[in-house]
Write a protein that binds this ligand. Structure first.
Ligand code: MF3
Ligand code: CO
Length: 266
């Protein structure tokens, strides 16, 4: 069952989107050489409190995981792509850090992720981050009325393949609204022109994650959560919550001056 949101409901998704954007900005600023990952989780909790937002990741317990999720953010370092648990690890110069955050305000949710280097970027990381960002951008630009889910998926996958990066269709994007995960799912690769037609009012989280080694495999740590590249290569993950509207894609988790503005496509 696929739920379309009214313009008023899309407006109600702006506050959780802003809260998530604020968390990501604060965590990015706090992530210095020597900072422990659980300190970043504390920063995130404070920002959510300031925004009267509740975390959606905390205690989330999907069927694939052995335990409820213990943090309000995911902190995935270097070869970890997704779902890294904020623990006592101290960030080191050149670490590639992905932060994912979900939040709810007044019953509506937002979900977004960023990846950045701590200190001096290691060779190759900037290109990986730029490419994942470009794939997110391409996916957003494909999120227009008249396109289909497959167009968003193909836009993302095409960027990864052109760059020679590894990608996987597990743990892709998803519908989002009152629930963090709603129909439909948005795989990070697919065939253009296929799948569900995009209609105004569909709100989706688009979240490419790529692995630099060009190998598509991943494995899960003994903690049951942390997802790493099988070849040990570094990974990046970028995510925005986006509304498909008659006026074009509307990014709800953009913390920049452009927040809440329509993305101009073509
Ligand atoms: N952005 C991720 C997703 O959509 C966040 C889930 S992390 C978890 O699945 F901790 F909540 F599992
Ligand atoms: Co998500």
């Amino acid at each position: 069952m696929l739920e379309l949101k009214t313009p008023g409901e899309i407006d109600a998704m702006r506050p959780p989107g802003r809260a998530v954007a604020a968390v990501l900005a604060a965590v990015r600023a706090a992530a210095q050489v020597g900072t422990r990952l659980h300190e970043l989780d504390e920063v995130a909790r404070g920002v959510l409190r300031d925004h009267a937002a509740t975390p959606t990741f905390l205690d989330y317990h999907p069927s694939f995981a052995p335990t409820p999720y213990p943090g309000v953010i995911c902190t995935s370092v270097n070869d970890a792509a997704l779902h890294g648990i904020p623990d006592g690890y101290r960030l080191r110069d050149g670490d590639l850090l992905s932060i994912d955050c979900g939040a709810a305000v007044d019953g509506w949710t937002g979900d977004a992720a960023i990846t950045f280097s701590v200190g001096t970027p290691r060779a190759g990381d900037a290109r990986l981050v730029e490419c994942t960002t470009a794939a997110l951008r391409a996916g957003i630009e494909a999120a227009v009325v008249g396109n289909r889910i497959g167009d968003v998926s193909a836009a993302i996958g095409g960027v990864a393949r052109a760059a020679g990066y590894g990608l996987h269709t597990d743990f892709g994007g998803h519908g989002i609204g009152r629930e963090m995960h709603e129909a439909p799912s948005i795989p990070n690769d697919g065939r253009a022109g296929r799948g569900l037609p995009l209609r105004a009012g569909l709100v989706i989280a688009i979240e490419p994650w790529f692995m630099a080694g060009g190998v598509d495999g991943y494995r899960i740590d003994a903690d049951g959560w942390t997802l790493r590249s099988t070849d040990g290569s570094r990974a990046a993950h970028m995510e925005h919550t986006v509304a498909v509207t008659a006026g074009g894609p509307l990014v709800l988790t953009d913390g920049s001056a452009q927040a809440g503005h329509h993305v101009v496509t073509a």
